[in-house]
Write a protein that binds this ligand. Structure first.
Ligand code: GLN
Length: 330
């Protein structure tokens, strides 16, 4: 086993879990007040999320599992889809093609900032601009003859294989809200269209819709942990043993998660925690300990940068206790 004393390990994880549970940052304690002040609030469906949910799921690369807390509550995957669709695009189109359209540099700005790099490309695939372009590549450059419905099914199937063939849902209310409340994403899209960022022949509305659909996939903590474990295992799902992504695609995904996955906290997170991770506005964090395990941390209370308060604390406590930081001396 990759983690021989798994029982012991799980007990330590449980202690960290309870410690983080006490962290009520990001939430307003008085429930009679508007308790959603610090959960994502740009669409009503996310505003209603209970900030007290807290779940941790772990899946090792040899299939040992540990879960505690709210690990079966459905939530939309949001930005945690970005590394996954990036990985799929790399696998299908190759690194050369993908990086003609999107860079590899942290933007140093908010995830939805109206900004492109010096070459007038999105900075990286982990921010909205980059993820919209990745979706347009998947939509337009790989099997362009597929209809929107077919492309959605095809991509959803990829996500399900990453999760060990678990069923993934789709939250239509969130999708409709995302599309309705998407002024910034449309602004980004138009700005990028002006600068010819999209591949030739792409249909703007369809690409935007595809991006909103990817954000609106419905998952839970246990399921995302399996996806993280597939990334930890070089693209082979530890539960189904299916080879879903090529190892070279996974390497690129992890590199950019490491430098760009935690919004404008990415630099500090890479310094303090030293693990590739991606957070989303629904409060999920997909965290990878390469060649060891995948984790999902889920708690909707967000800090001012948009990362899950408990999720970030958990990672910091984790590397305090175990030598998982990439630059720990083993
Ligand atoms: N749906 C969100 C958006 O496009 C996803 C962003 C996120 O999770 N950070 O604004």
């Amino acid at each position: 086993f990759i983690i021989p004393e798994f029982q012991e390990f799980s007990k330590d994880i449980e202690l960290i879990y309870w410690k983080c549970k006490e962290n009520t940052n990001g939430t307003v304690r008085d429930f009679s007040a508007i308790y959603n002040k610090y959960v994502a609030s740009y669409i009503p469906q996310l505003k209603r999320m209970n900030p007290n949910y807290w779940g941790v799921s772990i899946v090792t690369i040899d299939g040992q599992r540990y879960s505690i807390g709210d690990v079966n509550i459905p939530f939309t995957i949001q930005s945690c889809s970005k590394p996954l669709s990036y990985g799929i695009a790399l696998d299908l189109l190759g690194n050369d093609v993908v990086h003609q359209y999107v860079g590899q540099e942290p933007s140093g700005r908010n995830f939805n900032e109206l900004i492109l790099d010096h070459n007038k490309k999105p900075h990286n695939p982990m921010i909205n601009a980059g993820a919209i372009i990745i979706c347009s590549l998947l939509k337009t450059m790989y099997s362009p003859e597929m209809s929107s419905a077919e492309k959605f099914d095809f991509t959803m199937n990829f996500f399900e294989r990453l999760a060990g063939r678990e069923d993934i849902g789709f939250n239509n209310a969130v999708f409709l809200s995302e599309r309705e409340c998407a002024d910034r994403n449309y602004a980004l899209g138009f700005y990028m269209r002006e600068h010819k960022c999209f591949p030739e022949n792409s249909k703007f509305r369809e690409c935007m819709d595809f991006y909103f659909q990817c954000c609106s996939l419905e998952v839970n903590c246990d399921l995302v942990a399996v996806m993280a474990a597939t990334l930890a295992n070089g693209g082979i799902c530890p539960l189904s043993e299916e080879k879903v992504l090529k190892p070279e695609s996974v390497r690129d995904v992890l590199s950019l998660m490491h430098s760009c996955g935690m919004y404008d906290y990415s630099g500090q997170f890479a310094f303090k925690v030293g693990l590739p991770a991606k957070s989303g506005v629904s409060g999920a964090m997909l965290v990878v300990v390469p060649n060891v395990m995948g984790m999902c941390l889920y708690s909707p209370a967000l800090d001012s940068l948009g990362n899950s308060c408990r999720g970030v604390q958990f990672c910091e406590e984790l590397v305090d206790k175990f030598n998982f930081h990439r630059y720990d001396n083993l």
